[in-house]
Design a protein around this ligand. Structure first.
Ligand SMILES: Cc1cc2nc3c(=O)[nH]c(=O)nc-3n(C[C@H](O)[C@H](O)[C@H](O)COP(=O)(O)O)c2cc1C
Length: 342
């Protein structure tokens, strides 16, 4: 199994996390062919021979770094050095190239291509996270995300990493290997902009509770949110049974359903990925105030046992994406197993 970890780093913290992830992968899977490479040296073609692609970078202004954010920091460091003030040591590729550019050259994932995204960020509730944008790009390239985007915390912008984060990164790497399985992805169109009367639940929590209770794995199979993305970055969802359908609705205001939403069902998990484009960046840079959130959002929901991968419809209206799937068919009949004498 070939596992490639591609990282971008300015002060070296994401580099250390990437290294720890590869150490964790090696410990969990000593036979694996593991390569940890900085984005400047990562040929986009190397992804073709990779079974599990792990990509990470630092968070700048709540998202993936930009040319602007990196150059601004490089020039700050140079100014500090010129004034004789202590400057922070920068990685060789601190000014670029970056993951945004790299993704433009990365080919589509091969069939069953698996991936995961991580970032480094500050420990504040408003930190944001580059991993969501990275996960969105991986998803757009056709990768199946084996695990939720993950953030590793730095104490200050230039580091160090918070105590325990290296060990957590190792464990995260080991988990990635355990979770990576052979899967096939079934892409689904997000449907048209055509208006569609939103459904009224014909049956509610009781039906869902019954389905949960009859699941061979018990209620935990239903425990969702399936993935523990920071609540701030969540696409909020609701679910209910409407006649013969399982309906999942996602709150997604301000996106173009034809271009900015991707829905796929894979291995019992529904993935909704969306990007809200920033149209007023210039105004923001001139000092306008905005509380809107832009960038990438990913939400994965584990489907109840017995749900087929078929999506009956996906429609977008008034900022809500409504996905209909056939109602899950739980196995309710019990069967006595004949034990044969040897
Ligand atoms: C220009 C700039 C903007 C930043 N903005 C954020 C931010 O919005 N949220 C956050 O959590 N960290 C932010 N940080 C701190 C970075 O998360 C931190 O520098 C990074 O995780 C360190 O990783 P590295 O050593 O690999 O570069 C910012 C840092 C810089 C230089």
């Amino acid at each position: 199994m070939k596992i490639t970890i591609v990282y971008e780093s300015m002060f070296g913290n994401t580099h250390k996390v990437a290294q720890a992830i590869s150490d964790g992968v090696r410990e969990a899977h000593p036979d694996a062919d593991v390569e940890c490479v900085d984005v400047g040296n990562a040929s986009p073609e190397l992804t073709k021979s990779t079974d599990l692609l792990v990509v990470g970078g630092p968070t700048h202004i709540r998202h993936m770094t930009t040319d602007f954010s990196r150059k601004m920091q490089v020039s700050e460091e140079k100014k500090a050095e010129a004034k004789g003030e202590p400057a922070h040591e920068l990685e060789l590729d601190a000014a670029g190239p970056d993951l945004r550019e790299w993704f433009h050259q990365v080919p589509k994932a091969k069939e069953g291509g698996q991936a995961a995204a991580f970032d480094t960020r500050l420990g504040s509730a408003l930190a944001g996270g580059a991993a969501y944008g990275i996960a969105h790009r991986l998803h757009k390239h056709g990768y199946y995300l084996v695990k939720n985007p993950e953030g590793f915390v730095v104490d200050e912008a230039h580091g160090p990493l918070r105590t325990g984060e290296i060990e957590r990164a190792k464990e995260w790497g080991a988990q990635l290997v355990r979770l990576s399985v052979h899967t096939t992805t079934k892409p689904v169109s997000s449907g048209s902009k055509e208006s569609k009367t939103p459904a009224t639940p014909t049956s509610g929590p009781r039906d869902l509770a019954n389905l949960r209770a009859s699941s061979p794995f018990g209620p935990t199979e239903w425990a969702w949110p399936f993935l523990d993305v920071s609540a701030e970055e969540f696409i909020k969802v609701e679910e209910f049974i409407d006649g013969d359908h399982l309906v999942i609705r996602a709150e997604l205001p301000g996106v173009d359903p034809d271009q900015d939403i991707d829905v796929s069902v894979d291995n019992g998990v529904l993935t909704i990925a969306a990007e809200r484009q920033e149209s007023n960046r210039e105004k923001l840079e001139r000092g306008y105030r905005s509380e809107f959130r832009y960038g990438s959002f990913v939400r994965q929901v584990r489907l109840p046992a017995g749900t087929s991968a078929e999506v009956v419809s996906a429609a977008y209206k008034h900022g809500v994406l409504e996905i209909r799937m056939p109602k899950p068919k739980p196995e309710t009949t019990s069967r006595r197993i004949q034990i044969q004498r040897a």
